[in-house]
Design a protein around this ligand. Structure first.
Ligand code: HGY
Ligand code: MN
Ligand code: MN
Length: 416
C-alpha cells in the first residue's frame, strides 16, 4: 500500500479548537469535564459531534448500545471500512482529552481528506464508544465489550448506577439508543489515539507512544458487613467496624501490588461506608479493588491473595465479607501490522517515539478481539489523568493526530 507522503498533515489549530469547544459541554468545577455516560451532558456532546461530522459530509449509524459510527465514503463502498475513534464520556472529575482526543482526531482526519480532496479505497468510520469510563456504570469499556461479545446487551442494560437508574433506561431517556444490532459491523482495522495517562513519554521527551500491548485489569467489588453502633458509647471490644475492616483490606491490597513491583498496580477508587454518619460505627463498607498487570498470572495471584487475606481479616473481626467480580480483561497484544503502520508513520513524519504498554484500559483492548487493532499515545503533563488538571500541548495533540492520520489513510489505501 502506498504510504501517504510526509507533507500530509492534519490541521492542528482546527483540532485544538474542536477540543476546546467540546470541553465546554459538561464542564467540571476545576477546569476539566464531568460529562458522564448517558447523562444529558453526554447527549449534548454526542449531538455536537454528530453535527460536526454531518457538516463534513458523513452519515451516522447508531447501535443499540448508543455506539456512534460516523461514515466517510471510500471509492469502494463494499470494502470493509477502517474504523478510528475512542470515547466522549468522562470521569466525574475528568480531563478535556481522555477519550475525546481520539474521537475528534478521527473527525479531523476526514476534514483534512475533504480539504485536500484525497480519496481512499476503504470507507473510514469515526466511532464514539458508549461508556468507556465505567465510572457511573461498571465495568469500563462497557459498549465496546458488548460489541466484541464480552457482555450480553441485556446484562449491560441492567447495570445500575448509585441511584439505581439502569443503563438501558438512561440511554433511551437521553435519546441515543439506536436500532442497529450491536456487533454486526465488520471492520478492516481499528485505530485509537489516546493520551498516555502516565509519565513515560513526557519524562523521556517522546512525542509518540507506539502501543504494542495493554495491561490486563481486574475489578473486584468487596462488601464488608459489621454492625452500626454508637461511636461514643460502644466499648472498643464490642465494635464490628466495617470501615476499619476496609482500611485493613486496603493495606493488604497495597502490599500485594508492591509484591509484584515494578509492573503491577492496585488500589480502590470506589469507596462507600454506611451509614456514613459522624457518630455511627460503619456497619457496612462497599469498595472496588482495581488490580492491573501486563501478566495474567500476576493478576490471578493478586485476586486470589485478596480473597484469602481479606477473608482472614474479616474472620478475625467477626464480620462478613462478599466478593463480586465487576470487571476485567486479559492483557492485550495489538496487531503487528497495525502497530507497524503506526511506527512507520511516526518515523516518516519525524516524530520521536517509543514502544509502550498501555497502563489504562481502552475500547481498543476489546475491539482488538474482533479486528486488527493498534493504539497511538501522546504525552500528558506530569502523566496526570482522571483529574480535572489533565493537560496536553497542542503540539502533542497534533503529533498524535498526524500519526493517526497516516496509519488510518495508509490502511484505507489512498486512491491516486
Ligand atoms: O479504567 C481505565 O483504565 C480506563 O480509563 N477506563
Ligand atoms: Mn479513556
Ligand atoms: Mn479514562
Amino acid at each position: 500500500m502506498a504510504a501517504p507522503s510526509d507533507n500530509l498533515k492534519i490541521n492542528g489549530d482546527r483540532l485544538w479548537e474542536m477540543l476546546m469547544d467540546m470541553a465546554k459541554i459538561g464542564p467540571g468545577i476545576a477546569g476539566g469535564n464531568n460529562r458522564q455516560t448517558v447523562t444529558d451532558e453526554d447527549g449534548e456532546g454526542r449531538a455536537l459531534f454528530q453535527k460536526w461530522c454531518e457538516d463534513a459530509g458523513m452519515t451516522m449509524g447508531l447501535d443499540q448500545m448508543g455506539n456512534m459510527f460516523m461514515r466517510h465514503e471510500g471509492t469502494d463502498p463494499d470494502a470493509l471500512p477502517v474504523y478510528v475513534g475512542s470515547h466522549l464520556d468522562t470521569q466525574p472529575t475528568g480531563g478535556k482529552y481522555d477519550g475525546v482526543l481520539g474521537v475528534l482526531a478521527g473527525l479531523e482526519i476526514i476534514r483534512t481528506l475533504n480539504d485536500l480532496d484525497i480519496k481512499t479505497k476503504h470507507p473510514i468510520v469515526v466511532t464514539n464508544w458508549t461508556n468507556e469510563e465505567g465510572t457511573r456504570y461498571a465495568p469500563a469499556m462497557l459498549s465496546s465489550g458488548v460489541f466484541a461479545g464480552m457482555h450480553t446487551q441485556e446484562w449491560a442494560y441492567d447495570r445500575e448506577d448509585s441511584e439505581g437508574l439502569k443503563f438501558g433506561n438512561e440511554l433511551e431517556r437521553i435519546g441515543w439508543k439506536g436500532d442497529e444490532k450491536v456487533g454486526d459491523r465488520k471492520m478492516h482495522a481499528f485505530f485509537e489515539l489516546h493520551i498516555e495517562q502516565g509519565p513515560i513519554l513526557e519524562s523521556e521527551g517522546k512525542e509518540i507512544g507506539v502501543v504494542t500491548h495493554g495491561q490486563g485489569l481486574s475489578w473486584t467489588q468487596v462488601t464488608i458487613t459489621g454492625k452500626d453502633s454508637h461511636t461514643g458509647s460502644t466499648p472498643m471490644p464490642m465494635r464490628k467496624n466495617a470501615g476499619l475492616g476496609m482500611a485493613r483490606v486496603l493495606e493488604l491490597v497495597e502490599e500485594i501490588a508492591w509484591s509484584h513491583a515494578p509492573d503491577a498496580v492496585g488500589a480502590a477508587g470506589h469507596i462507600e461506608v454506611y451509614p456514613n454518619s459522624r457518630n455511627v460505627i460503619p456497619g457496612k463498607a462497599v469498595f472496588t479493588i482495581d488490580f492491573r498487570s501486563p501478566q495474567l498470572d500476576v493478576i490471578s495471584d493478586m485476586e486470589q491473595r485478596l480473597r484469602i487475606g481479606a477473608k482472614e481479616i474479616c474472620d478475625d473481626m467477626d464480620m462478613d465479607i462478599e466478593f463480586e467480580k465487576v470487571g476485567g480483561f486479559d492483557p492485550v497484544t495489538f496487531d503487528e501490522n497495525c502497530v507497524s503502520a503506526v511506527r512507520n508513520a511516526a518515523e516518516r513524519l519525524g516524530y520521536s517515539h517509543r514502544d509502550l504498554i498501555s497502563g489504562a484500559g481502552h475500547d481498543a483492548c476489546w475491539i482488538n478481539r474482533v479486528t486488527p487493532t493498534a493504539m497511538i499515545m501522546c504525552p500528558c503533563v506530569d502523566g496526570l489523568s482522571h483529574n480535572e488538571a489533565e493537560e496536553i500541548s497542542p503540539e502533542w495533540a497534533k503529533a498524535g493526530a498526524d500519526v493517526l492520520f497516516h496509519a488510518v489513510v495508509e490502511t484505507a489505501e489512498i486512491v491516486e
